[in-house]
Design a protein around this ligand. Structure first.
Ligand SMILES: Nc1ncnc2c1ncn2[C@@H]1O[C@H](COP(=O)(O)OP(=O)(O)O)[C@@H](O)[C@H]1O
Ligand SMILES: Cc1cn([C@H]2C[C@H](O)[C@@H](COP(=O)(O)O)O2)c(=O)[nH]c1=O
Length: 222
């Protein structure tokens, strides 16, 4: 029975890597996939992983009909055995409905990958629709970690290392510290307290802060 599967997790937990692995394993067995993406960091029409792998993909921009694209491909004699959609949080709810229709009417497996919540811990509309429609939701098993060592469950947007809570929902970016506007994955506790690695470091160095005992950051009051 074909399925719509939503592989979800924070940024940097290996979603695109898994998408590329699924693609590799299936194409190695002679299957032909259709790969969609939207606003990948590597540029238009690319699906990229931080492990360095990248593949071409169809850019599912605003207004693009994923179901119609597949029907047209098939009606022109093209082949498609399964569908991958990366950065699915950026898709509009109606585009997620189109993916569900691909499963139900074209009887193809659809593997969608995306973050569930934005920097304010609010659902992206595309992710909300996936939660509503998916046959299965899989949370990635490789844990991204907060600076404190706990499992990271939330995405923070940072400006100069400080977490911000104002701004557009969509700003393409990365978790490396090289750009002024970036992202950092945090546990809920530190997301709620807006405590990034940089602000925790600054607080630890501040003379206003009482010394932390030998228990380290996990045992501290942050
Ligand atoms: N230099 C590295 N060596 C080993 N693993 C790495 C390296 N850089 C990144 N990774 C792995 O890649 C993961 C990010 O993969 P990616 O598919 O780009 O994530 P996502 O699509 O979820 O944002 C990291 O969580 C880490 O496990
Ligand atoms: C939290 C958050 C993220 N984004 C962007 C940043 C990246 O370009 C992608 C996530 O990609 P990844 O492969 O999962 O790392 O989403 C955004 O636009 N808005 C946000 O709130």
């Amino acid at each position: 029975m074909p399925e719509l599967v939503f592989f979800s997790g924070t940024m940097d937990c290996g979603k695109s890597t898994l998408a590329l692995q699924i693609e590799h394993n299936r194409s190695a067995r002679g299957l032909q996939g259709m790969i969609f993406t939207r606003d990948d960091r590597a540029g238009e029409g690319k699906l990229s992983s931080r492990l360095g792998l990248v593949t071409d993909a169809v850019e599912a921009a605003e207004g693009f009909d994923l179901y119609a694209h597949l029907v047209e491909t098939l009606s022109q004699g093209g082949r498609c055995d399964y569908v991958i959609a990366d950065e699915a949080q950026f898709l509009a709810p109606e585009q997620i409905d189109q993916l569900a229709r691909v499963v139900d009417d074209l009887e193809l497996d659809v593997f969608a990958f995306g973050i569930t919540t934005d920097f304010r811990s609010k659902l992206f509309p595309g992710s909300q629709r996936l939660v509503e429609l998916a046959d299965r939701i899989e949370v990635l098993q490789v844990e991204a970690l907060c600076w404190c060592g706990a499992r990271a469950t939330h995405n923070a947007r940072t400006v100069g290392g400080r977490m911000v809570v104002e701004g557009a929902q969509v700003v393409v970016g990365d978790v490396d510290a090289s750009s002024d506007i970036g992202y950092e994955v945090l546990c809920r506790r530190h997301h709620r307290r807006r405590m990034t690695a940089a602000s925790a470091r600054a607080a630890a160095l501040s003379p206003d802060v009482l010394p932390v005992d030998a228990g380290g950051v996990r045992g501290s009051a942050v």
